[in-house]
Design a protein around this ligand. Structure first.
Ligand code: ADE
Length: 231
């Protein structure tokens, strides 16, 4: 699967994907990531990519021409692009979106900077628009990276052990149960003793109970939905 980041700051993004699991997936050609900078496409003699908002308002917006030319360039050599704009003014990205988008051939992630992007570009070019949460970041790069990471984990062969996808939070209506590792006692706190006894069906029941408690406490919205779905 291919990702293209459209960003004025590719260097902010590239470091993250060079290491660890995703770096390995890139080396093994399961993923590829490239970058396009709208500043390389501007026809402005001073290389500008932003302008004041029409009709007033504080701050600058990204102008259409550099972005549109960047997107046309990407589309011209890739027939199956799926273009996503990141903005706080959109529906929130979820695990279901991550799974669905992992089946796409080429996802293009467009990061806004300044006060955002001229709306006409979004209307004309977006296949989808996502926010990553109800807060404002200084740019869309972090949001694009979040999508790329979450989608990539669902691409076949990217995670070594695909079982690890199945028991995670958001793969069911419940949050994942708490997990423990060595040592058995840490600062006077012991690992839940049932976990040590090796009775797998008991451990499964216990984990389900712990997952229920955790979900009810931290995410009552998910808990209610899980109960309603079971009815
Ligand atoms: N750009 C700035 N804030 C954002 C957010 N919360 N989600 C997506 N893109 C953004």
């Amino acid at each position: 699967m291919r990702f293209t980041f459209v960003t004025l700051f590719p260097e902010l993004v590239s470091g993250y994907f060079s290491g660890s699991i995703l770096g390995r997936a890139i080396e093994e050609h399961k993923l590829s990531i490239d970058y396009q900078n709208p500043r390389d496409f501007t026809t402005d003699k001073h290389n500008k990519v932003d302008a004041p908002m029409i009709g007033g308002g504080a701050g600058m917006l990204m102008t259409p021409q550099p972005l549109v030319d960047t997107l046309k360039h990407i589309q011209s050599d890739s027939p199956n692009t799926h273009i996503i704009f990141l903005t706080p003014v959109a529906k929130q990205f979820t695990q279901n979106d991550a799974k669905r988008l992992a089946k796409k051939e080429h996802v293009v992630l467009v990061s806004g900077r300044y006060e955002g992007i001229d709306e006409r570009v979004i209307e004309h070019y977006a296949d989808e628009v996502f926010s990553i949460g109800d807060y404002i970041l200084t740019g869309g790069e972090l949001a694009s990276m979040v999508l790329c990471d979450a989608i990539s984990r669902n691409v076949d062969g990217v995670l070594g052990n695909s079982d690890s996808l199945q028991v995670e939070s958001f793969e069911s209506p419940l949050l994942e149960a708490p997990s423990f590792t060595k040592p058995m006692i840490y600062e006077n706190n012991e690992v839940v003793s049932e976990f040590l006894k090796g009775n797998h069906s008991k451990i499964t029941d216990l984990k389900k109970g712990l997952a229920l408690c955790k979900t009810k406490y931290f995410r009552p919205d998910l808990y209610k939905k899980g109960i309603a779905d079971e009815k």
